[in-house]
Design a protein around this ligand. Sequence first.
Ligand SMILES: [Zn+2]
Length: 474
Amino acid sequence: MDYRKFMEEFLEKNKEEFNQISDEIWGYAEPRFREYKSSKLQQEYMEKAGFSVKADLAGEETAFIAEYGSGKPVIAFLGEFDSLSGLSQEADVPEHCPVEPNGEGHGCGHNLLGTAALAATVALKAYMEENGLGGTIRYYGCPAEENAGGKAYLVRDGYFNDCDIALTWHPGTMNRVTGSGSLANFRVFYTFHGLSSHAAGAPHLGRSALDAVELMDVGVNYLREHVISDARIHYAITNPGGTAPNVVQSEAQVLYAMRAPKVSQVKELYERIGKIAQGAALMTETTVDIKQVAAYSDYIGNDTIAAQLGENLKYYLPSYTEEEKAYAQKFKEVITDLDKANLRSQAIRVFGREVGLQEYEKPIFESIAPYVSASVGGGSTDVGDVSWVVPTGQFGTACWAAGTAGHSWQVVAQGKSSIAHKGMLTAAKVLASTGYEFLTNPELVEKAKKTWLENLDGETYPNPLPPEAKPELW
Ligand SMILES: [Zn+2]
């Protein structure tokens, strides 16, 4: 049977199982490095499906690789399953309605992300068995994409070294193959140590760590004028030094995220921000500890892999029922006026004016967005780290109503809907068929490698993690 038809039939036949896995992970809503139940559920499923599973990798308890087959090529499917804090939300309710105040929620759709990659690997295995195909396929259960960059540790420890092609996707509001365009990103803690004293009785004896944090933030806000325009710098004061204004704060901490198109540019920002931290310490007679806890590399796109993904996305593009459109419309109506204004310009920018204005009227974006090879995006992903060591392709499918913002309660609310399930299954079909194409066509693999080497242009993996960094909760 034609492979595309096979993947379609196999995945449609087994879709209830995959929907259930995704929905269970949605319910577990486990944050970075704590995805114990989510990881176990997927590991057990893969063992039953005939894969050999090794877990607890690169110091990440919830990381695992499920493998089938032997020899070359090695095709990797990447999945995630971590949730986000503060995004607990009732399913299907188009108003903010947390199940648990400040609880966890799947605000980036990683319940769908991991499950589609898993489903694709299982479908491809079934086709390999039926047709006696060689080669190796792997599903990578990757922890802690959010706020920790879990894949960077797997890359650092060599778990992708023998892979030929890596494929992944991300749920979103659009059917679109991703070009380049995710930003490299460092997360760095600055902890200031001062001296405590009575803020009224003996202020001259105190050295305020909170003053140092504030002066550092002011200094960085002046720095903004003198960095490249694609750089992004944001911070959160993670320890203000207590809640008492009448005590000079002896310890205070601020967490910075700094981003730019290339790792080398983020390294430069890191050096400059470090000087500002030292300056703030000098001004306040405090000391500062600097600790980098995560790093994401920029994404190396690959036009060869993108072309295969694009063909398959076109083949499997879904349509929606009237009920699904009505469901999405309810969510499209509750976004803020600012988001609504942004939606229109986004539709025109992405689809072009004519198609964009048509798509803008729809509750779910239905067309495939034209592929843009080189673009600069605002987000970061640890898929970037994988893309430096393996030719990698990624794409998105529409899983939520048009206009739904990432990392929002609206994403969580729609995470178990039939639209989300449909987007997930579409992604699984695209991944499985694209995986098959690379598995069985050595010339295509070579072409993707050539594209990859051209894009790297002589550079090698920048390994942005400091040598002492290890996966940890912070
Ligand atoms: Zn995500």
